[in-house]
Ligand binder design. Structure first.
Ligand code: DP6
Length: 325
């Protein structure tokens, strides 16, 4: 029984930045994201008793042994959850510009969780899928749902209360996300490594922990009231604060390049001229500009004229997991 699921990537407006349990992927803070409509992963899974190990192809190519093992360890969690004992064949197609630093682990593990549970013949709730996906990559817990999504950190040690929930469905509050690519180089410090070093060494991390809950409460209120300006102010503030923690890490690091700063400056300049837009940045140099559908075209044009900008990918609010067959 081969099953195929599709999951979209998401962009965090309130960042997940730090784990309290690295094995179970339990975060130190709750986070909030928008699921994006243009970037997604399609994953097919088929369990087969003739296989003596799990196999995995990404974009029709077999992956490295390290990557395969990572997927296989995740599938062990799926086997524990479903009671399935066979190995499986996994085929993933990424409709995400991976090299450009757009997170494909979120859509990847979310699609894999959904397809593998279905292929094992088990029914799971979205909450259960979010818990499973979380254990592949934290941000994947949020890609189970469409719209605006909150991943509640939970309190339990077993992680059973650490899952995402939708706070506003897609099609309710229309925002535009322009993914601005300034570099296609692979990340130097992966988010997993970067957040670990920050938690362990940055004296600024406590400041993050002390204030991120407040940011979340305020942005949720802004989203529920569809208050774009307030949402924008908070998301930009939260992103800058996350990146500030990395400067205090030991050894310190910074995900930005000079091109990143150029885009940030242009966003602030456009805003001063009355164009509604705000930026957020993940664990890499590319920038996501959040704007309104009305201002999108003009802002895209202005951003395109910056010499360091290589490509712009416009997105809107996207859907949660779907099954293709
Ligand atoms: C900066 O979910 O990629 O994008 O759980 O270790 O796989 P792991 O990390 P990951 O971290 C994402 C960090 C972030 C912020 C966010 O998406 O919330």
């Amino acid at each position: 029984m081969k099953k195929t699921a599709r999951a979209h990537t998401n962009i965090a407006l309130i960042k997940y930045w730090g784990k309290r349990d690295e094995t179970l992927f339990l975060p130190t803070n709750s986070s909030l994201s928008i699921t994006l409509d243009q970037f997604y992963t399609d994953t097919s899974v088929e369990f087969d008793e003739t296989l003596d190990q799990d196999t995995f192809t990404l974009n029709n190519q077999p992956v490295s042994e390290t990557e395969r093992m990572k997927i296989s360890r995740f599938l062990d969690k799926v086997r524990t959850f479903t009671g399935e004992t066979r190995f499986c064949r996994v085929e993933s197609i990424n409709h995400v510009p991976t090299a450009a630093g757009f997170a494909s682990s979120a859509s990847g593990f979310s699609a894999l969780a959904a397809a593998s549970v279905k292929a094992a013949g088990t029914e799971a709730t979205l909450e259960e899928l979010s818990i499973l996906a979380r254990q592949g990559s934290g941000s994947a817990s949020r890609s189970v749902y469409g719209g605006f999504v909150e991943w509640q950190m939970g309190e339990r040690e077993d992680g059973l209360d650490s899952y995402a929930k939708q706070i506003l469905p897609e099609g309710t509050f229309d925002v535009s996300v322009l993914s601005v690519e300034v570099s296609t180089e692979q990340k130097k410090i992966l988010s997993r490594e970067g957040m670990k070093r920050t938690v362990e060494t940055s004296p600024f991390y406590q400041g993050w922990l002390d204030t991120v809950g407040e940011d979340l409460t305020h942005i949720k209120d802004a989203i529920l009231h569809q208050d774009f300006t307030r949402m924008g102010e908070i998301l930009e503030y939260n992103a800058l604060k996350m990146h500030a923690t990395t400067l205090g890490a030991n050894p310190p690091f910074l995900y930005w390049q000079s091109a990143t700063l150029k885009v940030m400056e242009e966003v602030q300049a456009m805003r001063e001229k009355g164009l509604e837009c705000y930026f957020t940045i993940d664990a890499g140099p590319n920038v996501k500009v959040i704007t309104t559908p009305k201002a999108e075209k003009e802002i895209e044009k202005k951003l395109k004229s910056i010499d360091v900008v290589k490509e712009i990918y416009p997105c809107r609010v996207g859907p949660g997991i779907s099954y293709i067959d």
